[in-house]
Design a protein around this ligand. Structure first.
Ligand SMILES: [Zn+2]
Length: 177
């Protein structure tokens, strides 16, 4: 399959990469329908973060499930799914407290590279949410926003206790990648 790889500042290449496959029973493999270029992709692109070796890019994505591992129960092949930028089990104490991006089993999706034709998603039950049916094409940008910035923004608004007609009590930075 083809996927984006960063080799150094200003050097992103579309390359032939190995097709992802189920490696753990909790995995899913999806066909990526759309993926974002995130602000945090630009840090290494601009040289603000070092690039030690050629690395896959992308962690915001929506797609169609192609295959699931034996332990996956909440999604199935053919489902259209929105994925989180951090894979999480959604069952540990930290997840249940609402901090999925800090799950004890967390895996950053950027390491797997969502800017590609296909993507392996670990902890698929906790990481992917199926939409009711296939969304219209014009809805896909909004679903992509749900993959990262909506969650980050929501967390920030909650943490700062932002409400209608009310100033935030504190200024906090939401965790992001
Ligand atoms: Zn967890």
């Amino acid at each position: 399959m083809r996927g984006a790889m960063i080799h150094g500042p200003g050097d992103v290449r579309l390359e032939q990469r190995d097709d992802p496959r189920i490696e753990e029973p909790t995995d899913a493999v999806i066909r990526v329908v759309a993926a974002c270029v995130c602000g945090s992709d630009l840090w290494p692109y601009r040289g603000a973060n070092p690039v030690h070796r050629p690395s896959p890019m992308g962690h915001e994505y929506v797609g169609v499930v192609k295959q699931v591992g034996d332990a996956v129960t909440s999604i199935r092949p053919g489902d259209f799914v929105v994925g989180s930028f951090m894979a999480s089990d959604n069952t540990c104490e930290i997840c249940l407290a609402g901090y999925q991006s800090r799950c004890v089993n967390v895996r950053p999706m950027g390491a797997l590279g969502a800017q590609a034709e296909r993507l392996r998603v670990p902890l698929a039950d906790g990481t992917l949410v199926a939409t009711p049916g296939e969304p219209d094409a014009d809805l896909i940008p909004s679903l992509l926003a749900a993959s990262d910035v909506l969650g980050t923004g929501w967390f920030g608004a909650e943490a700062a206790a932002v409400g209608p007609g009310r100033r935030s009590r504190s200024s906090v930075t939401a965790p992001s990648v």
